[in-house]
Design a binder for this molecule. Structure first.
Ligand SMILES: Cc1cc2nc3c(=O)[nH]c(=O)nc-3n(C[C@H](O)[C@H](O)[C@H](O)COP(=O)(O)O)c2cc1C
Length: 171
């Protein structure tokens, strides 16, 4: 799939087929994420692949936004490893790094014909406890992955874009 097709075909999928995700495709998604840049290349993100019945049941019990995806990635940022801005205390790279990695994975999934949704609607602390994450890790996002159901369509939000002129300023 060429770049334009990947970008144009991607939308947030919230209804999935029961069909499992092939291991090779999942591996490719994770490998592409591993090519993403991170601040000072510290790679402070961690990715938990939730795909056992037990893990899926647990995440679905904590948020409706895991949907019925056969795989859900839980992406975290490690507070002991992230980059700290030398100019401003408290400015750290963990969430940015996790987001860049996840964007790479999202687009690779689209290139593989897989649907995804970026999910922030979950109780971060409860998820941290439920999966026994180390104290220093902050959950950043969930990413359900799977084949879009036949009935799946983009939400009206997908095409609602503010004009570039409103968002971009030449200075
Ligand atoms: C940071 C972030 C958080 C999001 N959280 C959720 C969420 O919790 N649940 C959900 O269904 N969609 C979530 N979305 C998906 C957005 O609603 C969606 O990307 C947006 O409406 C544009 O639609 P599209 O992805 O189909 O183009 C999130 C997207 C981003 C970037």
């Amino acid at each position: 799939m060429d770049w334009n097709t990947v970008v144009e075909s991607r939308y947030s999928v919230r209804l999935y087929k029961e069909q499992p995700v092939e291991e090779e495709k999942l591996r490719k998604v994770l490998e592409t994420g591993n090519k993403a840049p991170t601040a000072k290349n510290v790679q402070p993100h961690r990715i938990y692949v939730l795909k056992s019945e037990e893990a899926l049941a647990r995440i679905r019990s904590l948020t409706r936004c895991a949907f019925n995806a056969p795989v859900v990635l839980l992406v975290t940022a490690n507070g002991n490893e992230e980059w700290h801005c030398v100019f401003d205390e408290g400015v750290v790279s963990g969430e940015e790094d996790a987001a860049i990695v996840s964007t790479y994975m999202m687009l690779e999934a689209a290139a593989q014909g897989l649907g995804t949704c970026w999910v922030n609607y979950f109780p971060h602390e409860e998820v941290k406890k439920a999966f026994g994450l180390p104290e220093e890790e902050r959950p950043v996002l969930l990413m359900p992955i799977g084949y879009a159901a036949e009935e799946s369509v983009p939400s009206p939000n997908h095409t609602k874009k503010r004009p570039l002129e409103e968002l971009v300023k030449e200075l």
